[in-house]
Design a protein around this ligand. Sequence first.
Ligand SMILES: [Zn+2]
Length: 122
Amino acid sequence: MDAQANLVAGGQGRNAMFEGTRWIGFVGTALVIIAYLPQIHHLIAERCSAGISIKAYVLWLVAGILMLVHAAAIGDPVFTALQGYQIGASALILYFGAKYKDSVCETHRHAPVGQALVPGDA
Ligand SMILES: [Zn+2]
């Protein structure tokens, strides 16, 4: 096998590996989506910004935009979807976090941030 053929064969192996592990990436993306939901729900439903750091979410938003540019450039569907969601979730949290900046729900008024909201929720 000459060098060119080796390169092609190696490239095909790499592509097969990317294809074969893509579903793992989509499962990871689904977990990220699920992980954000309680925070977003609490922020909007309770109008409670306890524990929301605007500075941190600005960084998440900028990071998401930068990584989306790269993900789209390399044509990776997993990271494109992940970063698209990351940007949407960060923007939503930033918007409502700023809107409810000084608003805290009854639970967080009496419990330190990080303490379980409901029994068994840790
Ligand atoms: Zn709260």
